[in-house]
Design a protein around this ligand. Structure first.
Ligand code: BDR
Ligand code: CA
Length: 311
């Protein structure tokens, strides 16, 4: 038995997912009990392989469960142009030795929720397809999850994949809707909070010179996306999933938050996948979304440096 908080991560690695996973593996107060893998940033065969590879590099033996190969209902484009066609910067890394478990990600979510009932921290860093499927298989899932943290959404409609929508929610809006309706509380780290917590490229480059396998590997796989980002967004790099993980593991770093109702646009017009927040409390719906607005920047940067074993 351990006192550490059991942590289950649903993820679509992805360069920023990789940093979030390194943060989670490094955290002394949590124990990662599984990685359930979604399609999103790139196809499932890549996201599964990337998760396995990252575990190998980090020296952790966490079980990896492959999930759904695409969104619940409607196909959506991936983000290979940001993360590399293989999701890890196309560096041609040696294939991982280990394979994914036979159990489906959705089944694993349900099983692990029973094994860690009342204590489980569930952190979702990708499209919510697997969690939505788990809910369809077992609608009692939220009763056993102590806390759900989601990286997703754009809470004032300043999206990254469309003018209104953020990538994770846009990729599978129906799944996001199912998950957001089912959980009594959702802790949300959105794209706009990500933009407000940029990391200076010059600092990141320094941290990545750390004398650790993790930093060396991360320097390679993140190079392409850091260059892409510097070109488009200037001096600051943005790591959405790392911020979501910081919020999940060290909630004491929250400086400002707001609780509001939120709904996902499921139409097929320009607002598809938009997370519509009832900022003025007009709907009369409960304030079920705890929205991260500001996080202690110094703490965030320290979390990343620790994860890379950088000074
Ligand atoms: C989210 O979309 C993905 O591309 C990233 O991994 C992150 O989870 C940011 O919008
Ligand atoms: Ca992600």
């Amino acid at each position: 038995m351990t006192d550490k908080i059991p942590l289950l991560i649903d993820t679509d690695p992805g360069v920023d997912d990789a940093l979030a996973l390194l943060i989670a593996f490094n955290d002394p107060r949590h124990r990662v009990v599984g990685l359930t893998i979604a399609a999103g940033n790139v196809g499932l065969q890549h996201t599964v392989r990337n998760a396995l590879k990252l575990c190998e590099v980090a020296g952790v033996d966490v079980p990896v469960f492959a999930g759904c190969p695409g969104p619940l209902l409607h196909p959506a484009p991936d983000a290979g142009y940001v993360h590399g066609q293989d999701g890890f910067g196309d560096v041609g890394y040696e294939p991982p030795a280990r394979r994914a478990e036979a159990e489906h990600a959705a089944q694993a979510i349900i099983r692990l929720s029973h094994e860690h009932a009342g204590r489980l921290l569930l952190v979702a860093l990708g499209p919510l397809t697997n969690v939505a499927l788990a809910l369809k298989l077992d609608p009692t899932l939220p009763q056993r999850v102590a806390r759900l943290v989601v990286m997703g959404g754009a809470v004032t409609g300043h999206g990254n994949i469309t003018p209104a929508a953020e990538f994770n929610v846009y990729f599978d809006p129906e799944a996001a809707h199912i998950v957001f309706e089912a959980f009594p509380q959702v802790d949300l780290a959105d794209w706009e909070a990500t933009i407000a917590h940029g990391l200076l490229h010059d600092h990141v480059v320094q941290w990545l010179q750390a004398d650790s396998d993790r930093a060396r590997f991360y320097e390679r796989i993140s190079r392409k996306t850091r260059e892409w980002s510097a070109d488009r967004r200037g001096d600051y790099w943005h790591s959405a999933d790392a911020l979501g993980m910081g919020f999940a593991l060290q909630p004491e770093g929250v400086v400002e938050e707001a609780s509001r109702p939120l709904a996902v646009d499921l139409g097929h017009g320009p607002a598809r996948g938009m997370t519509v927040v009832d900022w003025q409390c007009q709907s009369g719906h409960p304030d079920r979304f705890r929205i991260l607005l500001r996080y202690d920047q110094a703490r965030f940067e320290q979390i990343i440096r620790d994860a890379l074993a950088a000074r």
